[in-house]
Write a new protein. Structure first.
Length: 235
């Protein structure tokens, strides 16, 4: 997942790379009892944070999820919290004095923002997603990234997919689309359970709910800002 160079105006758009994120045996972060980050294990989340940041970089999880905090500290990044006040959103570092000295100066902005959409039970629309991303974008440093985890629930009848909605909203907010990462959450069966001519076994039954597959993957989409501050007056 290399960090790309900015695309000059008029250049032909290249296909966005797709990276399949398969489950594998990895060492968990030292803290036990850390919940999954919206379906993604703390170890897998730590892998993504490590690929998009460097030691001392500032990582902000919009929902202040404990898995993001644990993975960020484990990787010696600087965790941050989103504070909303009458003057708009701002970032507060959740670090000790030695960690603050090792981290980037807060004025340079956040290096990676983690978010999940749609938030809670709200309906996801392009306008609501663009509003959220427009508020988050000034918090990023030039060249920073926004990683969005999409809900596994399918859109309603006549609605666009969540991924298409979020991509359009991100572009409207001034981001560029960097990468799509389908994260496989469970080991996939060797065969489609419903094609079994015999009665499915107990293991196959656990994969189906009312004859339908349980969620097996989660879409992660990554967006970036340009490497200069020209498009980000708040950087």
């Amino acid at each position: 997942m290399p960090k790309p160079h900015a695309t000059a105006p008029g250049d032909r758009l290249q296909p966005v790379p797709v990276g399949l994120f398969l489950p594998r045996r990895v060492q968990r972060t030292p803290r036990t009892g850390v919940p999954d980050w919206h379906g993604l294990s703390p170890s897998h989340l730590a892998y993504l944070i490590r690929r998009y940041t460097h030691a001392g970089d500032v990582v902000l999880d919009v929902d202040a999820h404990p898995a993001a905090l644990a993975a960020t500290r484990y990787l010696r990044r600087a965790p941050a919290r989103l504070i909303t006040g009458r003057h708009g959103p701002r970032v507060r570092l959740l670090t000790s004095a030695p960690e603050r000295r090792a981290a980037r100066r807060p004025g340079t902005g956040v290096d990676l923002i983690l978010a999940s959409l749609p938030a809670g039970t709200q309906r996801l629309t392009q306008d609501s997603a663009a509003t959220a991303m427009t508020a988050w974008r000034p918090l990023l440093r030039p060249g920073g990234f926004l990683l969005v985890g999409l809900t596994p629930a399918p859109p309603g009848p006549g609605e666009f997919s969540h991924r298409a909605t979020v991509i359009a909203a991100a572009r409207a907010a001034g981001f560029f689309y960097h990468q799509h990462i389908p994260a496989v959450l469970v080991p996939l069966p060797e065969h489609e359970p419903r094609t079994n001519p015999d009665h499915p076994g107990e293991a196959d039954d656990r994969r189906l709910l009312a004859g339908r597959h349980l969620p097996a993957f989660r879409d992660l989409v990554v967006f970036g800002t340009t490497a200069t501050g020209e498009e980000n007056p708040h950087a």
